[in-house]
Structure formats: C-alpha cells, structure tokens
Write a protein that binds this ligand. Structure first.
Ligand code: AMP
Length: 220
C-alpha cells in the first residue's frame, strides 16, 4: 500500500458521533470505513467462539482485548481497497493500540493525515446513546429525538419497518463505557497531539455543522 490516499482517525466518546461522521465521509470521499465495534458486532452475530466472547464484553460495556482488536484492524488494513484511504472509527482505543497502529501503518508506508477528536460532554452522551436505533435491514442510523425517520416507523433509506437498538446502549453500560473512555482512551489524545496530528471539533453542534467543520479540516 502506498500513502497517496486520505487516512483519518476519528476519536471521541461513545455516542459522540464518530460513526455518523465516518459514514458521511465514506459517502462523500469514497474512503473505507473501518469500525472495530461493527467488526466485533458482526463477529458476535456470526456466532464464532471469539465473536460470542466479544459480544459478552461489549454488552457489559467493557473493552475487547488489544490483541483481538489489533488483529481485526490488521486484517482489514491488508485489503486492497483500503489503499485509497480510510476512516478509523473506534480504533485505537488504548495507547497500546495506537502504538501497534503506528507500526502497522509504517510497514505499509501509510502516513496518517489527521486525528479528529469529536468533543462531547458526558451529560449529553447518555441522552444521545439511549435514544439511538438503526434500521435492521440497511443499518441506517436514527435517534428518537435528534434524527427521526421522515415517516414514523419507516426507514428513509430502504423503506424497511424493522429497527433495532444496541444491547450496550443502556444507561448503566453507557456510564461504564464513559469511564473506560476517560481511563483508557483519553491517554491516546496526547500521543497524537505530540505528533501534531490532533484537531478537535465541537461535537455538540448539529450533524451537518460537524461535517462542515470536518470537511474544512480535510480541505475538501
Ligand atoms: P463502538 O461501536 O465503537 O461504540 O464499539 C462498541 C464496543 O466494541 C465497545 O464498547 C467495545 O466493547 C468494543 N470495541 C470497539 N472497538 C474496540 C477497540 N478498538 N478496542 C477494544 N474494544 C473495542
């Protein structure tokens, strides 16, 4: 892989809007969206031993081991389409993951363009997470209050009437996830700050305003 694409890391608390912005950037710039959370949920649905173990940790609001999450990302980074660029969503979540990522990218000759931190205070996170749901068929994401479907109960994108909520999107689990974010993930921010890669956006703004700010950062 050669480093001629756009390589972005999106960081921020659970419910901070990383997934939403990553999906919009993917559509806008044709980059690969690499979400370790999504990869792990998929492994859980497939029912493999690893997937079921990961599901238990996710449902309890805990992190999956560095070993597993690094292995998942490493596999995806080897895919040819990723050479056009990627948006990493939910990885790295620990300093050890950030160090491994640095080594993996160096081996491939890839240089990160930017690490964007979406900043959202804890008070707002709980309401955001508890209200979110997605279309069971196409995965389009909605929120009870902030992003409703145009026609009640019908997906705007594919017309399906079936929706689901993540098991880990409940108040107790959110608090555990926020604590882990503070303890394990915020130390990754100075790691990138020292490299001059870290830029912040105000994640309390509307989805479109955040997107415009991200586009400005990327110069697109
Ligand atoms: P997300 O979809 O990014 O909110 O991730 C959902 C859950 O998947 C997290 O709460 C963790 O349990 C697990 N997970 C996702 N990414 C990682 C990672 N990089 N390291 C460890 N666990 C992860």
């Amino acid at each position: 892989m050669v480093s001629d694409g756009t390589f972005i890391v999106l960081m921020g608390p659970p419910g901070g809007g990383k997934g939403t912005q990553a999906r919009m950037l993917k559509a806008r710039l044709g980059l690969s969206h690499l979400s370790t959370g999504e990869m792990l949920r998929e492994a859980g649905r497939s029912g493999t031993k690893l997937g079921l173990e990961a599901k238990k940790l996710i449902d309890d609001g805990k992190l999956v081991s560095d070993e597993i999450s690094i292995a998942l990302i490493s596999e995806r980074l080897d895919e040819p389409c990723v050479s056009n660029g990627f948006i990493l969503d939910g990885f790295p979540r620990t300093v050890s993951q950030a160090e491994s990522l640095e080594n993996m990218l160096a081996d491939k000759g890839v240089v990160l363009n930017v690490v964007i931190q979406i900043q959202v205070p804890d008070e707002i996170i709980v309401e955001r997470i508890i209200g979110r749901f997605s279309c069971s068929k196409c995965g389009a994401c909605y929120h009870d209050k902030f992003l409703t479907t145009k026609v009640s109960g019908v997906c705007d994108v594919c017309g399906s009437t079936e929706f689901s909520r993540r098991v880990d999107d409940n108040e107790n689990t959110v608090k555990a996830r926020l604590k882990i974010y503070r303890d394990k993930t915020t130390p990754v921010l100075p790691f990138y700050e020292k490299k001059g890669l870290l830029l912040c956006v105000d994640g309390t703004r509307s989805i479109d305003e955040i997107m415009r700010k991200v586009e400005k950062i990327l110069g697109v």
